[in-house]
Design a binder for this molecule. Sequence first.
Ligand code: CP3
Length: 348
Amino acid sequence: MDLSRSSLNDSAFLRACRGEPVPHTPVWFMRQAGRALPEYHAVRDGIPMLEACSRPELVAEITLQPVRRYGVDAAILYSDIVVPLKAIGVDLDIVPGVGPVVAKPIRTRADLDPLRPLEAADVPYVTQAVRELVSTLGPTPLIGFAGAPYTLASYLVEGGPSRDHAATKALMHADPGLWNDLLGRLAGIAAAFLRVLVEAGASAVQLFDSWAGSLAPDDYEAYVWPHSKAILEEVGQLGVPRIHFGVNTGELLGLMASAGADVVGVDWRVPLERAIHRVPGKVVQGNLDPALVFAPWDVIADKTRSILTAGRQAPGHIFNLGHGVLPQTDPDVLTRLVDLVHTESART
Ligand code: CP3
């Protein structure tokens, strides 16, 4: 029997994803690998983000840094939502302090041409990094992720980050045919990328629809939900837990849950107990305000305890922040937070 596999399957994180009893509430942090860590700055020095993502030994090292330092219950592959797009030849870059910037924004049908299907051969460095990581991580699960079609489309249509997503929504309403073709292609790319990750050894996946919360629920349901559902359905065949996350999604939680994920990510704007009522039967992940780490420790600890208490009402709870770790975060606070989650939630 392969012991490392069986203990991986028995890890607190994967047990919680499946809604099974856990020895303690598992915890990891979105953006746990990255700018809050001095060791990240040290290895990234002078190397552009997207280049770092294409160097397997660097990806492995950066992915492992928060696992070593914080003792989190899961690793998340160091990558970015635009990596699969770059891999099929879309002309884009990640500009420090700005985010993804696209050279030629998508506005017409002809602009869809570069969005061809993704194949494993397009991302050999991802397969290599994941393989290396799973052998090093042993019983600690590796989460793979992809950007959901709406969030990716917002960067492609706007040409970069946007506050109001005006051009994206204009395209959606003016030309639903083109919109559905765009999101259909992005769904195919995301599903193919997640398949590469799982086949290389990732034991769970997270679909990031970070900007879905900018949509009215009826528009989300009509123009976005079917595409995210298609990805989650396809990935369902791979037999790993699927997490579906967005920011500002209080009003969308029920719809996001019905798109087919096993776990629904919750941001801090919705009290966790209320979120649980909106996604009956689902495991939840979240939801400490990422800015709360700057509060006095007693405040952090109180809030963490109440989130853990609320989480017991769901079939499973994975502790996380409501969005990514802020770059100014003191890593020592996160180490302390992981310890607190583990000790407070330990079942005897
Ligand atoms: O969670 C992890 O530790 C894995 C790492 C991860 C990154 N990007 C690394 C990264 C993940 C999960 C992402 C996903 C991602 N990328 C999302 C969805 C998650 C979310 O935060 O909502 C989005 C919207 C992006 C697009 C993107 N990439 C943004 C907005 C930025 C920040 C730009 C900036 O400089 O402020 C990036 C760059 C990026 N991706 C960084 C990291 C660590 C920072 C740039 C750097 O380190 O040089």
